[in-house]
Design a binder for this molecule. Structure first.
Ligand code: GLA
Length: 616
């Protein structure tokens, strides 16, 4: 036994004694690390994992998707734990419904899969604020992913509560959880050992007594910054067999005497608004997976089923200080598509995996692809202007100068800043900073927009005294990785000036839009400013569908009260996925918040998604 295995078994024995939770299975799988092998029940074990995120797939579909993953030849599912969905307000935890990570893990076990959990606290994942709760930003100056005691106190509380959900599911106690990851690709951003050690300790204190590991970009630089002595280091990368070989060769000095694993092999990629749709070729992916299987190298396909960034949950990148929000779809060109259909990539990977398994281990037959359906065009006849709806949506607050929404206790959605101008106001209106998309209105008339993606923050205005200036700002998703995360308060984060003079004395309307039941729609209204539109369609049978939003501009869609997410005609995503479980036989109600006037205010449902620019 090497030092690592001794350490792990001592630690496991010690913590097992601490817990008196009843075991789930008579003989828990015994997972251990010995030299360069993972061992399950004493036998060498190659982890064939796929990543699937429980908030990105409606709970009703978890079992189906996990069964499909198993039938492709995987023996393990990896998921992050998403802090922001489970602690929406400090100290208020919610593990119900789609947030029920323990139920997800148990379902995986029932479907014959082991599980790896990556509880962060930072998860990246193209997820709002990298998984951090937005309320962390209510504390000015707090540094996430650091030894800042305010941050560490918050993450300790999160891990402690998460431990109540997951500790009984450790493989040491009969559950399917084999390993847990400490932090996430920390080597890309820092090298503070004290911070990493603190996170490791918080995980052990939470009862996570299985082997812990760290994942980083390949090669000594990132790996040495993001590793802890005594922990297995895995690498994240993509490419064909050649690139895979190079990634492992470069990383070899840091992976001495430990099992080799691709902690994330990117089997596709994600989309950002305004950019072309991303895919990754099946040949590239199968050649890499075949190469790893030939050598008994463990892997985790990121993603096996990407799913959807429902609601407000997409993250954003900040490449060279250019803000780029991630689309609502997180299809990721993954083997199982956003609608639960088996793609050619799925079939090809299943073949490669089957070819590497002994004849005595035939893979289960894959379940059928989930059906999708078309819905004939339906009109949204009723509408109400957002400004008219303000009283039913928001309790205004006053503020001398504008602040981000966090200062008003708001996490997600839109926020409106209103000022009745005391004097004639002519010049350049400068909003610093617009986070992220502002519609500027005077007396309810749209004057223009300021889009952070285009780095816009100023426009000319010429308004008489007594005009009401409204700045309606949408939070398009907080930065989920790298520099700028802590500075990504949403709304207006600094000052509003006209020709260098501060405008002060604002009325602020937080618009989280988590309850639209108070909206009073009017039939055949035709607002020409940001407005909610409502319509319905009837169906005899229920199946998934893709709402075609190409006749609209920019906004959000809710169906039967479920917030599907954002649409934006700049693409590449042009359709919004609707899961079957959110539909019902008979009438289905659709509400669209459209930020711009014009358009047809009608929708059709398509059997397949459309990706492309507005012109395509
Ligand atoms: C990294 C992160 C993941 C995800 C992928 C890209 O590997 O660890 O969370 O952001 O990149 O999709």
């Amino acid at each position: 036994m090497n030092r690592l295995s001794v350490l792990l078994s001592t630690c496991m024995a010690a913590s097992a004694a601490l817990f008196s939770v009843p075991a789930l299975a008579a003989t828990p799988p015994h997972f251990a690390i010995q030299g360069d092998q993972f061992l399950l029940d004493g036998k060498p074990y190659v982890i064939r994992s796929g990543e699937m995120h429980y908030p990105r797939i409606p709970r009703a579909d978890w079992r189906d998707r996990l069964r499909k993953a198993r039938a492709m030849g995987l023996n393990t599912i990896t998921t992050y734990a998403f802090w922001n969905v489970s602690e929406p307000e400090p100290g208020k935890f919610d593990f119900s419904g789609n947030n029920d990570i323990a139920a997800f893990v148990r379902t995986a076990q029932e479907e014959g899969l082991n599980v790896i959990v990556r509880p962060g606290p930072f998860v990246c994942a193209e997820w709002e604020f990298g998984g951090f709760p937005a309320w962390l930003l209510r504390t000015p100056g707090l540094r996430v992913r650091s030894y800042d005691p305010r941050f560490l106190a918050a993450s300790a509380a999160w891990f402690k509560r998460l431990g109540q959900e997951l500790a009984p599911l450790m493989s040491t106690r009969g559950g399917p959880i084999l390993m847990m990851q400490v932090e996430n690709e920390y080597g890309y951003v820092g090298n503070d050992r004290d911070y990493m050690e603190a996170i490791r300790k918080q995980m052990i204190d939470a009862g996570f007594d299985v082997p812990l590991f760290m994942s980083n970009g390949p090669g000594p630089t990132w790996m040495s910054r993001g590793s802890l002595p005594g922990l297995v280091s895995v690498i994240n990368f993509t490419g064909d067999a050649k690139k895979t070989e190079r990634a492992f060769l470069r990383s070899a000095p840091m992976m001495h005497d430990m099992p080799k694993m691709a902690g994330e092999y990117w089997s596709g990629w994600y989309d950002r608004w305004s950019e072309p749709h991303k895919t990754r070729s099946t040949e590239e992916v199968t050649s890499a997976v075949g190469w790893m299987l030939d050598r008994g190298i463990s892997f985790n396909l990121y993603m096996i089923d990407g799913g959807t960034n429902f609601g407000w949950m997409n993250g954003a990148n900040n490449d060279d200080a250019k803000y780029l929000p991630v689309t609502t779809s997180y299809d990721y060109d993954s083997p199982i598509d956003e609608a639960g259909r088996l793609t050619p990539k799925y079939g090809a990977l299943r073949k490669v995996i089957q070819a590497h398994l002994p004849k005595s281990e035939p893979l289960p037959e894959p379940p059928a692809s989930s059906p999708t359906m078309a819905i004939p065009r339906f009109e949204l006849h009723e509408a109400i202007s957002l400004l008219d709806a303000l009283p039913s949506l928001s309790k205004p607050q006053t503020s001398l100068v504008p602040h981000g929404m966090e200062a008003f206790g708001q996490n997600y959605g839109l926020i409106l800043y209103r000022k009745r101008l005391d004097a004639d106001t002519k010049g350049t209106l400068d909003v610093s900073d617009v986070h992220d998309y502002a519609t500027v209105l005077a007396d309810g008339r749209p004057l223009g927009t300021l889009d952070r993606v285009k780095q816009e923050h100023a426009m000319p205005v010429d308004l008489p005294a007594g005009s009401t200036l409204d700045l309606l700002v949408e939070n398009m998703g907080r930065i989920n990785i790298g520099p700028g995360m802590e500075d990504d308060n949403k709304g207006i984060t600094s000052a509003v000036q006209v020709d260098g003079m501060d405008i002060t004395g604002w009325t602020v309307y937080p618009l989280p839009l988590d309850d639209l039941s108070g909206l009073v729609f009017k039939a055949d209204a035709a607002p020409d400013d940001p407005a909610f539109w409502r319509g319905s369609f009837e169906i005899a049978n229920v199946a998934g569908t893709f709402l075609d939003m190409r006749d609209w501009h920019k906004g959000n869609v809710w169906i039967n009260g479920h917030h599907l997410g954002r649409f934006w005609n700049i693409g590449p995503q042009q359709t919004l996925y609707v899961p079957a479980s959110w539909l019902r036989k008979g009438r289905n109600d659709v509400v669209v918040l459209e930020m711009q006037p014009g358009g047809s205010h009608a929708i059709v449902g398509l059997k397949d998604p459309v990706f492309g620019t507005a012109a395509q």
